[in-house]
Design a protein around this ligand. Structure first.
Ligand code: 5AD
Ligand code: FES
Length: 347
């Protein structure tokens, strides 16, 4: 097993059979070694830095019906909210005062926020804070829409592929197609965004073979960012009684992703911090180098309930900023408040 991990460390690739072997047969000592090599690799490219992104969850209206997600349109118990442009700009100002240089605008696929409104928002934020980066996370759009957002000044786009199994993808996403998801990711790359793909860990029916396919897909796409986190059941969804994914498996996959894509920007996600109270620290020790504290107003926080038990729902932005800094330091890393672009990127 050690030779296989060394091979992954040196070549930044493995075959599907090798990945499967690693996933199926790793013992505790192998996993420690894997984390050690992942940490070495992240240190080569990013030292001890952990980049900070300010997350603004600006709308939980959603036209989609993903069966795992608490803000799916069929969830009649979800209390809907939408921040106005002015409220979003207030979040940015709070973020700016706390030193953030990346704003992640995330929302459901909300038809109220037309391309024109998004473009206006991007232009206003960029002219107010010219030194900042804008990351969008607003779902599937046409090439033309993505291009408008890019031309308006958006720098990055997060769109997890969720799973590379077409069958599982289409079971989880009624009325959506795996092919369109991949089309979106290819378009985003073509346009020039720094792109974030990624998947959930521990979905019902998901196998190690599915993970091997997810990993190979990431290697092929070469996204600048990869977001992964455990699936966590949400009480008002069709998957409410399903078992959630684990921090352990998520961390193994984080380490493998770090070794497959050495320079990738890899967050220790909120879902990882929610499934285990030390989840984000464990993620950082497994090769992650980004965290995304919340900047949304506290009165809407608990309404962006993608899954049960989400952390930080009652905490002010300033509290999260300090909390996360302590956590980062506690595992021997340091906060970096710069834009934190991918090292190969120049727009
Ligand atoms: N558990 C974990 N992650 C979830 N997401 C959505 N619902 C859940 C859930 N129940 C993730 C998806 C999406 C991201 C914004 O949140 O991967 O892309
Ligand atoms: Fe929000 Fe710790 S990061 S309370």
């Amino acid at each position: 097993m050690k030779e296989l991990i060394d091979k992954l460390y040196e070549n930044n690739s493995l075959t599907k059979d090798e990945l499967l072997f690693l996933l199926n047969n790793s013992k505790e000592a192998d996993i420690v070694y894997l984390q050690h090599k992942a940490t070495e690799t992240r240190k080569t490219h990013y030292g001890s830095k952990v980049f900070m992104r300010g997350l603004i969850e600006f709308s939980n209206f959603c036209a989609r019906d993903c069966i795992y997600c608490g803000i799916r349109k069929s969830n009649k118990s979800a209390e809907r909210y939408r921040l106005s442009k002015e409220q979003i700009l207030e979040c940015c100002q709070i973020g700016h005062d706390l030193g953030y240089k990346t704003y992640v605008l995330q929302g459901g696929e909300d038809p109220y926020y037309t391309d024109e409104k998004i473009v206006d928002l991007i232009k206003t934020i960029k002219s107010t804070y010219p030194e900042c980066a804008i990351t969008l996370s607003i779902g599937e759009k046409t090439y033309e829409s993505y291009k408008k957002f890019y031309d308006a000044g958006a720098d990055r786009y997060l769109l997890r592929h969720e799973t590379n199994s077409k069958h599982l993808y289409e079971t989880l996403h009624p009325d959506m197609s795996y092919e369109n998801r991949i089309r979106c990711l290819n378009d985003l790359k073509k346009i020039g965004f720094q792109v974030g793909a990624g998947f959930m860990v521990g979905l019902p029916g998901q196998t190690n073979e599915d993970f091997a396919d997810d990993l190979l897909y990431l290697k092929e796409l070469e996204p600048e960012m990869v977001g992964i986190g455990p699936f966590i059941s949400q009480k008002d969804t069709p998957l409410s009684n399903e078992k959630s994914g684990t921090a352990h498996m998520t961390c193994i996959l984080l380490s493998i992703i770090r070794l497959l894509l050495p320079k990738v920007l890899l967050p220790a996600t909120t879902a990882l911090g929610s499934i285990d109270k030390k989840g984000r620290e464990l993620g950082l020790k497994s090769g992650a180098n980004v965290v995304m504290p919340n900047l949304s107003p506290t009165n809407v926080r608990d309404k962006y309930a993608l899954y049960d038990g989400k952390i930080c729902t009652g905490d002010e932005a300033a509290h999260c900023r300090n909390c996360i800094e302590g956590r980062i330091r506690s595992v021997g890393f340091e906060v970096d408040m710069s834009r934190g672009d991918h090292t190969d990127y120049n727009k």
